[in-house]
Write a protein that binds this ligand. Sequence first.
Ligand SMILES: NC(=O)C1=CN([C@@H]2O[C@H](COP(=O)(O)OP(=O)(O)OC[C@H]3O[C@@H](n4cnc5c(N)ncnc54)[C@H](OP(=O)(O)O)[C@@H]3O)[C@@H](O)[C@H]2O)C=CC1
Ligand SMILES: CC(=O)N[C@@H](CCC(=O)OP(=O)(O)O)C(=O)O
Length: 346
Amino acid sequence: MKNVAIVGGTGYGALELIRFIEGHDYLKLTQIISQSQEGHLLEEMYPHLATYIDAPLEAFDFIKIRDKIDIVFFATPAGVTKEMLPQFLDSPIQCIDLSGDLRLSNPSDYEKWYGGKPASQNLLDNAVYGLSEIYPNEIQGAHICSNPGCYSTASLLGMIPAVQNDLIDTSSIIIDGKTGVSGAGRKTSIMTHFSETNENVKPYKIGKHQHIPEIEQYLSKEANQSVVINMTTHLIPMTRGLLCTMYGRLNQSINVQEVHEIYQKFYQSHPFVRVRNLESYPATKEVYGSNYCDIGVYIDERTRQLVVISAIDNLVKGAAGQAIQNANLMNGWPVDLGLRQIPVFP
Ligand SMILES: NC(=O)C1=CN([C@@H]2O[C@H](COP(=O)(O)OP(=O)(O)OC[C@H]3O[C@@H](n4cnc5c(N)ncnc54)[C@H](OP(=O)(O)O)[C@@H]3O)[C@@H](O)[C@H]2O)C=CC1
Ligand SMILES: CC(=O)N[C@@H](CCC(=O)OP(=O)(O)O)C(=O)O
């Protein structure tokens, strides 16, 4: 049994971590850390947790963590772990960061896309990128794991089989992304205000989304050449869910059956990526509350475009679920431990 702490205890990512840790055979939730609600019970804010958590929220105290915790999940906004994590470098505690602080290997990319000073090079060098299905060997035994962004997870799982198999012209990739409001976390804002989100679809962060350089970094790595993408993200009136429709121009004569077979083979040993049958395409409700990424493929014969559709729950495969999956990999446990829930439907 490993003792677990969560930092950022009152946020949405933390709530999902709690849900999965409760059902995990080898993880014991020992400490929930909150900078804003120290001393309070989580059920005061979240009555749905009544009877589950009886210990009060605690302030961050490295010494206390060092003495009793084996794994820390950081469900904090960008800007926090680059300051907090250096003190963990010399300890055996495994750290999993849900934020964007350690995802970009080039510090100048962080300054450009996130703003502010990047994490130290030492910290970046010590972190592995936690895209579970693609980098399981690097994640196994890792000390610090940087969990991917939600759009990055859906996009990379959707496009890596195509670029690794050289199916498309990598300069032609377009990603059309859509997400629900929980992607913005619990804090209130005009952006996610009910009356401005309900019955509305709005593009946001056009050309500026912080996941663009992350997707380019890992598509470039897998394609063995520099890849740039176009991605536009949209906020839609739902609570959870994220769907990316991706386009790339085919660079060879190949039919949809062959592409489908490539995708099926690519993910055959990965229980959380479900490649849909031909002519079946994923929807966010079909993965709601689960750690699945569902992928559908199509070829538009008129335009010779490969179309890949990828759906996840932003809070699960896009955040807390993948973080638990990474904890499983880091510790050599079955990858689906604590994550076997069927999606909630309807
Ligand atoms: N929501 C999503 O779908 C996804 C989120 N992520 C990332 O996961 C992380 C957590 O997201 P989410 O839970 O949705 O966000 P929330 O805003 O819901 O929660 C973040 C929590 O972090 C704590 N916090 C806020 N500011 C600070 C600070 N300056 N120092 C320390 N702690 C702070 C607060 O908890 P407290 O006051 O209790 O400490 C806050 O509730 C973020 O980096 C986010 O970008 C990644 C993928 C998807
Ligand atoms: C609706 C909304 O705002 N969604 C967020 C989701 C990204 C996220 O939370 O990821 P990181 O901050 O960890 O990169 C966004 O698009 O920025």
